[in-house]
Unconditional design. Structure first.
Length: 425
């Protein structure tokens, strides 16, 4: 009993100290915030500004998170999976009670730049203000202007379903103190204008690092300026590194093919699927040629960070697993991808010498086999070919076997896929 009595005061002191620290951090996080004017004159926006905002909302793929399937556009409600629980996207329509109808341009700018709601609450970085902080006030105002033209939708925002202590403002304040500083985009004078435009789009509104950046145990990107690949929490997909030739680096591609991939979702070299197919469908296919060229130029100029080199010696694989995988491949896969993994041009991708097949992380292959996938429907690819799901046909053991066979055949030399890896996904 005496030990218990001594324990509770210690816990109380720790809790009070944590709350005091969080309160101090919250105040420090306000250091660059301009006060919100209460006497501001209602804003009037030009048609050109509204149209620019519509375009910028496409660049940021805002509808991708703020629209549920079958729901009203931008009315929120979509659950975003994180390692800490579900975060629900908010209502961005100009409804006065549940949307942003009572927000001023200053409130909206503060949300984009500082990550704060209208009432001053700290926002969770599932809303990627860690990237949006780089956009200009002019662009923020344009997006706000366009959102104000949407039909108001009365739809209450859902309460986040986060575990303790991640559901507290105190914990979020500490996270921000560690990992977030409001900033702005600074053009590099030694770089061409096109590169700077691409950097602004990729690192700001495009928030590519949200998927293509590695994260630590607290959900913060480990390198703010590197697109070095990362798992999408709760999704089972791996966004490959854009700065590595072994994964998804683009430095040796003709720039026209990079543009084509962003515009149509397919080229002779690759096609997109999974979450990236949605990005192309909702966002990049709608961008101007000049902006796509700028993004491509920036991505091609990323400093290369090579993945760890494995042994060039043949990898030892279970003979029984390879034999089982070969039979499954012949029965389920060869009719489309070819007996030797050669694929069919314009229809089904080759599996031999395919970077996506040989990624160190086989998560995407497991997702494709289980759930299937299609390239996006775009103007340049109006009737995309795709892959049906096989999760209802193949067992976990079958999936491990066929992927091991594919990753170890026709010149591919990647490690086998274990049953444990498949079961985890």
């Amino acid at each position: 009993m005496k030990a218990r009595r001594r324990f509770f005061p210690v816990v109380l002191v720790v809790v009070i100290a944590f709350i005091a620290l969080a309160a101090a951090v919250i105040m420090l996080n306000k250091h660059d915030e301009a006060p919100i004017r209460s006497d501001a004159v209602p804003s009037v926006f030009s048609p050109q500004q509204i149209e620019r905002g519509r375009y910028l909302a496409l660049v940021g793929n805002c509808a991708g998170c703020h629209t549920t399937r079958g729901g009203a556009e931008y009315a929120g409600g979509l659950g975003i999976k994180t390692p800490f629980g579900l975060i629900y996207a908010s209502n961005l329509t100009p409804d006065a009670s549940t949307g942003i109808g009572n927000w001023s341009p200053d409130h909206f700018w503060r949300a984009m730049h500082n990550g704060r709601a209208r009432d001053g609450r700290l926002l969770y970085p599932a809303f990627p203000y860690t990237s949006y902080t780089q956009i200009t006030r002019e662009d923020s105002d344009a997006i706000y202007a366009w959102l104000r033209t949407l039909p108001p939708v009365t739809q209450d925002n859902k309460t986040h379903a986060l575990d303790f202590p991640y559901n507290t403002q105190a914990a979020l304040a500490v996270w921000r103190a560690l990992y977030f500083r409001p900033g702005s985009f600074t053009a590099q004078s030694q770089r061409p204008e096109e590169w700077n435009r691409g950097a602004y789009l990729v690192n700001g509104l495009g928030h590519c690092i949200a998927c293509h950046g590695a994260r630590n145990s607290l959900g913060a990107t480990t390198h703010w300026d590197r697109l070095d690949g990362g798992m999408l929490p709760g999704e089972g997909w791996y966004a490959p590194a854009l700065d590595s030739h072994a994964e998804a680096g683009l430095v040796d591609w003709p720039i026209t093919e990079v543009v084509a991939l962003l515009k149509t979702g397919v080229t002779s070299r690759a096609s997109v699927s999974g979450p990236m197919a949605e990005v192309v469908y909702r966002s990049t296919q709608h961008l101007s040629e000049s902006d796509l060229h700028a993004m491509a130029a920036y991505l091609q100029a990323l400093p290369a960070h090579s993945a760890p080199q494995g042994s060039s010696a043949p990898i030892q694989r279970s003979a029984a697993l390879m034999q089982r995988g070969e039979k499954i491949y012949a029965l389920q896969c060869a009719s489309c991808h070819g007996e030797s993994g050669e694929g069919k041009a314009g229809m089904y991708p080759p599996l031999a010498a395919n970077r996506a097949v040989n990624l160190a992380n086989p998560s995407n292959l497991m997702q494709m086999v289980r759930f299937g996938g299609y390239a996006p429907t775009t103007e340049g690819n109006p009737r995309p070919y795709g892959m049906p799901p096989f999760g209802h046909v193949l067992t976990d053991e079958d999936i491990a076997a066929v992927l091991t066979y594919v990753r170890g055949s026709w010149g591919n030399n990647s490690p086998e896929v274990s049953l444990f890896q498949v079961m985890r996904r």
